[in-house]
Ligand binder design. Structure first.
Ligand code: GUN
Length: 299
């Protein structure tokens, strides 16, 4: 099995981290310590793992971070009050409320309450709008931003490419489409956004030069859906029952990796592809937030 077609997300994330780390050092020498606050509501086990990984990476890069954990039954108003306090705290440059939130809390309202200037997740309507408009000043959501960076840094041609995105979620699919269709030398793709009501998903995928799978269905993308030589990016993290596994389940992506790898021109492993890039982009966004809020000249 050829292994040389892998897009090594861990290695590319290390490159981005090195750039971020040097910006942090410059900021610190100018008297600014970038600060990031995570807010977690409830005890969702995946969220605990993700926030823990983000905290550790922040510490490694010299970004000060802290996590506020609220109980599952926290009233929405209390969460909004906490966000208002963080918005007003000048030592906090980035605020991230980990999704999913408990059902009684309106996620859209929460994401709209984080100040757009501290919205390192890129979920505030102002940042969503800026992305759609192709404005450079806003924050781009971390996972699709990370996929974009993977494509660029792996030398995948995007300009004029046929891109098929599977999944129309607000966190990945929709912003991914907005990023790749921009009129820009870093984008200029022809984008097709497929979802649960798309007819002939297989046909769409087969003509794609780039497939981005963010559909949340275990091993959905099969070998017969991929054009030989296409680039395949797997954003999925799905639990499948596995009695042989220690926890009784294992995690698989949206791509049937074993079947697709020999056909793809390039493919992300999973884990080790998109995941590390999501965190790298969060750290990069946090440093940008600190630069913008303090007027520091670091770029
Ligand atoms: N849950 C899954 N992905 C994300 C993300 O990128 N940001 C936040 N805040 N929550 C998430």
């Amino acid at each position: 099995m050829p292994a040389d077609n892998l897009i090594d997300g861990r290695a590319i994330a290390r490159e981005v981290h090195a750039e971020t780390e040097s910006r942090v050092a410059t900021l610190k020498s100018a008297g600014v310590e970038p600060g990031l606050v995570f807010v977690r509501v409830g005890e969702d086990s995946a969220s605990k793992v993700y926030v823990g990984m983000k905290e550790r990476t922040a510490a490694k890069l010299g970004i000060r971070s802290e996590t506020t954990v609220l109980p599952e039954d926290t009233p929405e108003a209390e969460l909004l009050k906490l966000l208002a306090k963080l918005n007003a705290d000048s030592s906090v440059h980035g605020v991230l409320v980990q999704a999913p939130l408990p059902r009684h809390i309106d996620e859209t309202k929460v994401f709209s309450t984080v100040s757009p200037s501290k919205d390192v997740d890129g979920f505030h309507p102002v940042n969503v709008g800026r992305l759609m408009l192709g404005e450079s000043g806003g924050f781009v959501p971390c996972t699709p931003g990370g996929v974009h960076e993977l494509l660029i840094r792996s030398g995948t041609p995007i300009d004029g490419a046929e891109v098929v995105i599977l999944g129309r979620g607000n966190i990945v699919g929709k912003p991914m489409a907005a990023i790749l269709c921009q009129k820009s030398g870093r984008a200029n793709a022809t984008v097709t956004l497929c979802h649960s009501r798309t007819r002939n998903v297989v046909e769409h995928c087969r003509r794609a030069d780039i497939v981005v799978a963010a559909i949340g269905k275990a091993e959905f993308v099969k070998a017969d859906m991929v054009k030989p030589g296409a680039t395949v990016i797997d954003v999925g993290v799905n639990r499948v029952d596995d009695p042989a596994a220690e926890k009784g389940y294992r995690l698989v992506g949206d791509v049937d990796f074993t079947a697709v790898q020999p056909i793809a021109g390039k493919i992300t492993p999973n884990p080790g592809g998109v995941g590390p890039m999501t965190i790298a982009m969060l750290m990069r966004n946090t440093v940008r937030a600190a630069v913008q809020q303090t007027g520091s000249g670091v770029q």
